[in-house]
Design a protein around this ligand. Structure first.
Ligand SMILES: [Zn+2]
Length: 187
């Protein structure tokens, strides 16, 4: 098993909706093993394929109580609201309190082709929603309110201060055109 580089915000692969998994072959099984290694090394509890540059709809997870690989996941029901401080391996070092549904019903398929049906609550539900976002090209920063977005802009700019840049230190977001100010483009 080996680890992969985790793509970070600004990489277009994180903004591209992933395609359904249609075939489970040895390469996909090996990739999911590598994704577990990558996730453990980064101290994460979930990792979606686009985060290692693969545009396929699946993710791996291990939140301590349960772990697995979910192919073609879908949320068929969600309920409640829960605020939780949420971070992302692709937005390193930053986190925000974000409100999402508290419970969800997730369906999908595992590597052996078995149908999965999981009633998830709180952390597990949060994790699944976050990983499915990645498969849709959605990032944590898309869920921020106006005030959080202002903070995010500042924090992401600081992240790039040390980086030589042609664009005046702006973060290379791929969500829309450049503004005249050359700043961030958080939606
Ligand atoms: Zn993430």
């Amino acid at each position: 098993m080996s680890t992969h580089e985790i793509r970070v915000i600004g990489d277009p692969v994180l903004r591209t909706p992933a395609a359904d998994v249609t075939d489970v072959d040895g390469a996909l099984v090996r990739l999911s093993e590598d994704m577990f290694s990558t996730m453990y090394e980064a101290l994460g509890i979930g990792l979606a394929a686009p985060q290692v540059g693969v545009q396929k709809r699946f993710f791996v997870y291990d939140h301590g109580e349960d772990s697995g690989v979910v192919l073609n996941p879908r949320i068929v029901e969600s309920d409640g609201e829960w605020a939780f401080e949420e971070g992302c391996l692709s937005v390193p070092g930053l986190s925000w309190e974000i409100v999402r549904p508290k419970t969800i019903h997730l369906v999908g398929v595992d590597l052996d082709g078995n149908e999965l049906s999981i009633e998830a609550d709180e952390l597990e539900a949060r994790l699944f929603q976050h990983e499915i976002d990645h498969l849709d090209g959605v990032l944590l920063v898309d869920h921020l309110d106006d005030e959080q977005r202002r903070d995010a802009r500042r924090a992401l700019n600081e992240l790039t201060v040390a980086r030589p840049s042609q664009s005046g230190g702006s973060f290379p977001m791929d969500t829309g055109g450049r503004s005249s100010g050359g700043g961030l483009h958080l939606p």
